[in-house]
Design a protein around this ligand. Structure first.
Ligand code: LLP
Length: 403
């Protein structure tokens, strides 16, 4: 939905440069049509399997975007009391909310139990006991799933793999076996299993490997749900690389249908990454460097993971094409969005777009260097709407400071 017309980048039917002039930069711009397209794609994969697609709020939690996702019938995958609250306040039914997270505080667990969410994903035996105590205290029943660490390697960047033996996530298989054999409670019922092996994955095989590793647990209890996690990769390079959903459907989903009534999945990136761009303004040029007004505080994936996102001129120039490094204003050497971008030499004041930044962009933005976080705009056909104001410097500088 980000397309070129006459040398100008459009979001749906709106010129990105018009939006940037209107709201200033750095600015996240999203396409509603792309979000809906992605939701349609994932629904068609899970279509004939009883399922819940629980969108992972951590990827992008703008309330306007959450409403679009909720109205499309999806549920919510949350990882904190804040995300549980946000999901419920943006209208997700508690029966469609799941709550994972390796370090849930008691108040967060209590909130989830009180609100009657669908499932708490348990990450340790100790946490299971805490949940049982809290449920007993508030006298409310809760369904839980055990998040298993199946010790598989999903062939992705190490920093976003989550199911290796060395990772902090999930319960080891032996421990899970023990819990399933012995745990009984009036308040807490184990109704599901959960695995999440990592993020930005393209092959179905690691998912199958994870399912096979936990298969023997199905003989210990009846489970109604199996949550395969999220992690479906997106084509950041723009080379047509796609997650192998047909292999996933034929192998993983078909297999799971033998064991459970409902398959849950928690995609984040797949739904929202390609629906967003970060628009930034060129401030200065020197050597091969283009210094822009967006920094690692606005978009941190390149600095955190060495991730490479394409960068384009928002309005094409007829000038020379060159290879440039693009860096932000933050006082850190890692505040560069990458090197060797092929760009037309921009003028000071030109707009550039950092592509595919809808996921883990704004949600990971910070106030580092006392920088306000960007505004967010949503395009829908010919219209564009401000869906989050730029942060106000005066608010952030003194927030939380006692007199
Ligand atoms: N479920 C669980 C339990 C998760 O931990 C995650 C992501 C997801 C679902 C959604 O994964 P997705 O479908 O979006 O890949 N900030 C990193 C990604 C961290 C992912 C953390 N967990 C990045 O920008 O690449």
């Amino acid at each position: 939905m980000f397309v070129w017309r006459n040398g100008e980048l459009f979001c749906e039917n709106v010129k990105v440069s018009d939006i940037a002039k209107h709201f200033d930069t750095p600015l996240y711009v999203y396409s509603k049509a792309e979000i809906l397209k992605r939701i349609g794609q994932i629904k068609s994969v899970f279509g004939d399997t009883p399922h819940l697609i629980a969108y992972s709020l951590k990827a992008n939690n703008n309330p306007h975007i959450l409403r679009i996702i909720r109205e499309s019938g999806l549920g919510a995958d949350t990882v904190s009391g804040g995300e549980v609250k946000l999901a419920l306040e943006t209208g997700f039914l508690p029966s469609k909310v799941v709550f994972a997270g390796v370090g849930k505080r008691e108040d967060e667990i209590e909130l989830a139990i009180e609100r009657g969410i669908k499932l708490l994903n348990i990450e340790s035996e100790e946490e299971l006991n805490v949940v049982e105590n809290i449920a007993g205290r508030v006298r409310k029943k809760i369904h839980v799933a055990l998040r298993i660490n199946p010790d598989v390697s999903p062939k992705t960047i190490d920093k976003i793999a989550t199911a290796k033996k060395t990772s902090k996530f999930g319960i080891d298989l032996e421990k899970a076996e023990k819990i399933l054999k012995t745990f009984t409670s009036r308040w807490v019922t184990i109704t599901g299993l959960h695995v999440h092996i990592g993020s930005q994955i393209f092959e179905w095989e690691p998912y199958m490997e994870a399912v096979k590793k936990v298969e023997h647990l199905f003989s210990l209890r009846e489970f109604s749900t199996f949550d395969v996690g999220g992690g479906f990769g997106v084509d950041y390079e723009g080379i047509g690389r796609e997650f192998d959903f047909s292999g996933f459907k034929i192998n993983v989903l078909k297999y799971l249908k033998n064991y459970v009534e409902e398959v849950i999945t928690e995609p984040g990136r797949f739904i929202i990454a390609k629906a967003g761009i970060l628009v930034t303004k060129v401030l200065y040029r020197k050597r091969d460097f283009i210094i822009v007004d967006a920094g690692m505080n606005d978009f941190s994936r390149p600095a955190y993971y060495g991730a490479r996102h394409r960068i384009v001129n928002v309005v094409k120039r007829s000038g020379d094409i060159g290879m440039f490094s693009v860096g932000g204003p933050v006082c850190e050497s890692t505040d560069v969005f990458g090197r060797n971008f092929e760009l037309e030499l921009p003028e000071r004041g030109d707009f550039l777009a950092i592509m595919d930044t809808g996921a883990y962009g704004m949600t990971m933005a910070s106030n580092y260097n006392a920088r306000p976080r960007p505004a967010e705009v949503l395009c829908d056909g010919n219209r564009y709407t401000l869906i989050r104001k730029r942060e106000d410097l005066n608010e952030i500088l003194w927030r939380g400071i006692p007199d």
